[in-house]
Ligand binder design. Structure first.
Ligand SMILES: Cc1cc2nc3c(=O)[nH]c(=O)nc-3n(C[C@H](O)[C@H](O)[C@H](O)COP(=O)(O)OP(=O)(O)OC[C@H]3O[C@@H](n4cnc5c(N)ncnc54)[C@H](O)[C@@H]3O)c2cc1C
Ligand SMILES: NC(=O)c1ccc[n+]([C@@H]2O[C@H](COP(=O)([O-])OP(=O)(O)OC[C@H]3O[C@@H](n4cnc5c(N)ncnc54)[C@H](OP(=O)(O)O)[C@@H]3O)[C@@H](O)[C@H]2O)c1
Length: 517
């Protein structure tokens, strides 16, 4: 049953730093591990709720002055940005947290404003605001020899935790062409990444200009469609180095992405792809019917590109497709099909890098966006760190972040036990091989998961692990040691240094001081 949520603005917490947050479940301090959650986007909030439900002591730190991460338009966190016209492309029923339905009166694919409001309601409903320290960035996470993690914060504090849940998002670090295209550095027009796009006039006025949009993902589709509206850009060109199947939001009057629910999870991928290809061919046609290259891969072998409007725009000549870029000059771009265009501005919709600036790179990083994880959350040899929402589903992220969080919370209480490291490594290897076999090789396909299958596999693993834990009497898996450490406050000078370096430098000094205690 769906419910409508009342919106009490007084509790919103917008713009307020909560100062010292209440540390949840104080009675479990010293009995259960103490957890640090990095980020209060939709993944960090799911983590906070799961820990709260299990009575696990935790603090959640958020760079910005409110929850919502990417879905907070004009976020002041310095990392998230979305465009004014953004609507979700994953159906609301699939996107909602399983613990909190979206209001009945929400449309199928709501705007970012409704989505943000829903997240605020979620945070209020489950009392999460009091557990989040806003305007507070995690600057550095240092593993200690005893298995705890010392976390340095932007306000100069250093606090120890037994576990860290990483929910810092993976759609904020811009991926630009690397290496650059020949002549790219000579280009004299405007160029910026889709991450900074707000509307046709911000961050640059593109009205009346010849604009090139590069990429075949969802950012490229949305931005090209918007700029090609009458009276905006003079010409819009879309360049792709390979083709893409462009899925509509609706097929036969039904939300398209909900059709995947028609198949039980055990149906093999090849069968689903065969049926989907047939339906696509009948209902949409070939991409070459619209002047796009026909992809040289199958329908399910790339992250889905969804747009209701772009094919029509090609048909009406409002957007012109061009092959990949061959070379660039001060104002002109030459494409692989031999054509050349005078271009005033380029919007690089070339995807994102996975980045964890608070870890030392040699300790933990994701080169080329690859970071194999057990159920996309845990490195077998480091179960004290859990990633939340670090995946690219064929479907929405939120229910998967929620499921990962509940699973990990059970691990922290001892109600769930992980399988052997060897098993986890074999599982991950098999999964990795399957993914590489199925998807086109690209930095955007390093963490793909099938929505329903992911949830079902995690559920199965959770049941198995709970039985394992029962057999051994549910011992706590991560010894709670962090409460033994004092909270340290850096001197004023340490606090005032900039760009996150204060955290690391201060951290070294503070570590020495803790060691002396
Ligand atoms: C344009 C666009 C449209 C999208 N549309 C959809 C969609 O329709 N459906 C869908 O399911 N997904 C969509 N996505 C994917 C998107 O990543 C997820 O919807 C979702 O935002 C992921 O939430 P998150 O909490 O993991 O990350 P984010 O929303 O990025 O939140 C991360 C939070 O962590 C905070 N943070 C980061 N570093 C630190 C730090 N060091 N210290 C403290 N706080 C920190 C940030 O301030 C931020 O609040 C879209 C992505 C883009 C780019
Ligand atoms: N409305 C929505 O809900 C919405 C809107 C925007 C984005 N999103 C989501 O946000 C995430 C990111 O989407 P995105 O579109 O920004 O990025 P993306 O899905 O990673 O797509 C990047 C595109 O850029 C291409 N590319 C990368 N490097 C290139 C280069 N050097 N030269 C030419 N092309 C290059 C990629 O091609 P290759 O395949 O060849 O690498 C791909 O077509 C996705 O999960 C997406 O679903 C959702």
């Amino acid at each position: 049953m769906k419910q409508n949520q009342s919106k009490s603005k007084s509790q919103s917490g917008v713009g307020k730093s909560r100062g010292v947050a209440q540390r949840g479940a104080a009675h479990n301090e010293g009995r259960l591990p103490r957890v640090c959650i990095i980020g209060a986007g939709c993944s960090g909030m799911a983590a906070a709720k799961a820990l709260k439900d299990e009575g696990i002591p935790f603090d959640c730190y958020e760079k910005g002055s409110d929850i919502g991460g990417l879905w907070r338009f004009g976020n002041d966190n310095g990392v998230s940005n979305i465009y004014e016209s953004l609507h979700i492309n994953t159906h609301r029923d699939r996107m909602e947290y399983r613990d909190y339905p979206m209001p009945d009166d929400y449309p199928d694919y709501p705007s970012h404003r409704l989505i943000f409001s829903y997240f605020q309601d979620y945070a209020r409903k489950f009392g999460l605001y009091n557990h989040i320290q806003f305007n507070t960035s995690v600057e550095h996470v240092e593993p200690e020899p005893d298995g705890t993690y010392s976390v340095s914060l932007s306000d100069g504090r250093q606090i120890h935790y037994d576990s860290v849940m990483v929910a810092n998002g993976h759609h904020w670090s811009e991926r630009w062409p690397d290496p650059m295209y020949p002549g790219q550095k000579n280009f004299k027009g405007i160029q910026f990444h889709a991450h900074r796009y707000v509307d046709p006039e911000k961050p640059h006025n593109l009205v009346g200009k010849n604009v090139l949009v590069v990429g075949m993902g969802n950012s490229a589709m949305d931005i090209a469609v918007e700029l090609s509206r009458p009276g905006l850009a003079r010409n819009v060109f879309l360049s792709g180095r390979r083709g893409a199947y462009v899925f509509p939001k609706y097929l036969f009057g039904k939300p398209f992405d909900k059709l995947t629910e028609a198949f039980p999870v055990w149906v093999p991928f090849w069968f689903k792809e065969m049926v989907a290809s047939l339906i696509f061919r009948i209902a949409v046609g070939k991409m070459s019917d619209f002047g796009l290259p026909d992809p040289d891969f199958g329908l399910g072998q790339a992250h889905p590109t969804i747009s209701n409007e772009i094919l029509g725009r090609f048909g009406s000549g409002d957007i012109k497709f061009r092959r990949g870029i061959q070379s660039m000059d001060a104002r002109s771009i030459r494409f692989e099909d031999g054509s050349m265009e005078e271009i005033d501005a380029i919007v690089w919709c070339t995807g994102y890098n996975v980045s964890f600036p608070f870890f030392d790179e040699q300790f933990l990083s994701a080169p080329d966006n690859a970071l194999p994880l057990f159920h996309r959350a845990i490195q077998p040899e480091r179960p004290g760190i859990c990633f939340v929402g670090l995946l690219q589903p064929l479907g929405p992220v939120m229910p998967l972040s929620e499921a990962q969080s509940k699973w990990y919370a059970k691990y922290l209480t001892g109600k769930y036990a992980l399988p052997s490291v060897d098993y986890m490594n074999r599982y991950m290897e098999a999964e990795q091989k399957e993914m590489q076999k199925r998807y086109v090789s690209s930095a955007r396909h390093t963490m793909q998961v099938d929505f329903e299958l992911f949830l079902s596999e995690l559920d199965k693993e959770c049941s198995k692990g709970m039985k394992r834990a029962e057999k051994t009497g549910q011992p706590v898996n991560i010894p709670p040691l962090a409460h033994n450490y004092p909270e340290i406050r850096a001197s004023r000078s340490g606090r005032s240094s900039q760009n996150g370096k204060s955290g690391k430098r201060g951290h070294e000094k503070r570590k020495a001081s803790v060691a002396r205690r």
